[in-house]
Every structure is written in structure tokens, then in C-alpha cells.
Design a protein around this ligand. Structure first.
Ligand SMILES: Nc1ncnc2c1ncn2[C@@H]1O[C@H](COP(=O)(O)OP(=O)(O)OP(=O)(O)O)[C@@H](O)[C@H]1O
Length: 245
């Protein structure tokens, strides 16, 4: 990790209210090359945070910086560096995976000659190649989730923002996605994900942040979080920190 490099993601006093605070003065920094898991109870503000990072929701206050680029000042420059995968991604039912990936690549201005091998590699990796010429409308939830992830990766973003990327995936698909995320980080990329599957955070994340009522209440490696509590599994630590029985 290069300490002189700008953080991959820096949130400063980020806030969003929907009548009441959903995200409430959130400060959070993720360094380049990290896999950071954001955990929190239902309604804690995780999705709202990620949607602001993705530029889909305007903050009421505070700022988002992506590799030192202020999202509000230079949205196009900041967004070029990230991919955002929502918890319920949208696909085009009447497109085949290859067509979908070519379409997404086109939106990013990637030449077909470059997009095609990238798409092939992603479909291979996610074990979707044998379905490459089927319409996505017939895909299972897990297959759709994997294709959406491939779409998020097609422009080779440096920062991946993933909302619950493993929900609904079977063991094999979850393994493929986890391997892909680890590969992204090994190659110098950065991942920020939310998950309710604590084993995913425990196994993949270098650092874990716990958010409650829109605020970061704890952050660190699993060992650091353990030392702030009575220890145990991440589940024990999480439940203690969030004051749940
Ligand atoms: N568009 C919206 N309009 C009104 N309230 C909203 C909106 N989006 C989120 N909220 C509220 O903001 C709060 C935070 O929601 P958010 O979806 O960010 O939580 P979360 O941590 O992602 O929860 P979960 O784990 O259940 O997905 C909740 O109280 C939610 O009801």
C-alpha cells in the first residue's frame, strides 16, 4: 500500500436525511488495494451511503472523494474510476450476456475489439460462457447477479462498490465471485462491499466498518474489533458492538 497515494475512497461528514437521518456525518477512508466490508443492522444507512458514493443520490452535506477527485466537483472523472453494483441490479431481459456486456462497454467508450476479450474472460471466470448466447430473461437470480458483476467490471474500474454482492448466490457462484473480488484486490484494485453474510467479511475483508444509525461506530481489522469487545467470532463482535442480544 502506498501511503502517499490518495485514498481510494474518502467520505467526510457525509449526511443524508429522509425526514430523519439515514447517514449522519459519516467519516470513512478506504485505502487503495483494500477490501473493506461495511456492516450494519437493517436500516443502518449502508445502501444510502453507497448510492451517494456512486453519484446516484446527492448528499445533504459532506463530501465524497474518489482517488482524490471530488465527486461533486468532477462527477464524470470520479465515476470513471468506479463501478457500482446495486443489491438488485437491472439487466436487459432481451439481451444475451455478450450483447449486454458489449452495450455496457459501449457506454464507457470501450472499443468493441477491447470489449470482446474482456467480456469473454469475465464470462469464463464467472462460469457463464455456456449461457453467453441465451437471453438473460431466462437466467436465475444468481446468474443475473454474476452477469451484473461482469458488467460492473467491464471498464476495469479501480474501485468496486458492491451492495450485498453475494446474496442469493449458491456456494459455487459465491466462490467464483469471492475469487474474482480477491483477484481484483491482488491486482491493486479496491473493493468496498456491504454484506449481512458475516463469514464473507470475516474471510475477505482486510478492514471492517460497522455502521449504525448512519454513523461509523467501530472500524478495524477483525482482531482490532475483537480487542474492542469481549472477542469471539465476527458475529459475537458485531452483536456486541451494535448492542443486540
Ligand atoms: N428513498 C428513501 N426514502 C425514504 N427513506 C429512505 C430512502 N432510502 C432509505 N431510506 C431510509 O434510510 C434509512 C437507511 O436505509 P438504507 O437502505 O441505507 O439502510 P441499509 O443499512 O442499507 O439497510 P439494509 O441492511 O436493510 O439494506 C432507513 O431508515 C430507510 O428507511
Amino acid at each position: 500500500m502506498n501511503n502517499d497515494a490518495p485514498a481510494a475512497l474518502k467520505l467526510t461528514a457525509l449526511s443524508k436525511h429522509f425526514g430523519r437521518p439515514a447517514v449522519d456525518g459519516l467519516d470513512l477512508t478506504v485505502q487503495q488495494g483494500e477490501l473493506y466490508a461495511l456492516l450494519g443492522p437493517n436500516g443502518a444507512g449502508k445502501t444510502t451511503t453507497l448510492r451517494m458514493v456512486a453519484g446516484l443520490l446527492a448528499p445533504d452535506a459532506g463530501s465524497v472523494e474518489i482517488f482524490g477527485i471530488d465527486l461533486a466537483a468532477n462527477p464524470a472523472g470520479a465515476k470513471q474510476k468506479i463501478a457500482y453494483l446495486p443489491d438488485e441490479p437491472m439487466l436487459y431481459a432481451k439481451l444475451k450476456p455478450t450483447e449486454y456486456l458489449e452495450f455496457v462497454a459501449g457506454l464507457w467508450g470501450i472499443e468493441a475489439a477491447d470489449a470482446e476479450p474482456r467480456a469473454r474472460r469475465l464470462l469464463d471466470w464467472l462460469d457463464l460462457s455456456r449461457h453467453a448466447h441465451e437471453l438473460t430473461e431466462g437466467f436465475s437470480r444468481g446468474m443475473k447477479q454474476k452477469l451484473a458483476l461482469a458488467g460492473a467490471l467491464i471498464h476495469e474500474p479501480q474501485l468496486l462498490i458492491l451492495d450485498e454482492p453475494l446474496t442469493g448466490l449458491d456456494a459455487a457462484a459465491a466462490r467464483q465471485v469471492k475469487d474474482l473480488l480477491l483477484e481484483h484486490v491482488r491486482g491493486g484494485g479496491t473493493v468496498v462491499l456491504t454484506t449481512h453474510i458475516l463469514e464473507v467479511a470475516e474471510r475477505l475483508a482486510q478492514r471492517i466498518g460497522i455502521i449504525e444509525h448512519g454513523r461509523l461506530i467501530a472500524q478495524g481489522t477483525l482482531d482490532e474489533l475483537r480487542s474492542q469487545t469481549d472477542g469471539g467470532t465476527l458475529e459475537d463482535v458485531f452483536l456486541q458492538l451494535t448492542g443486540q442480544p
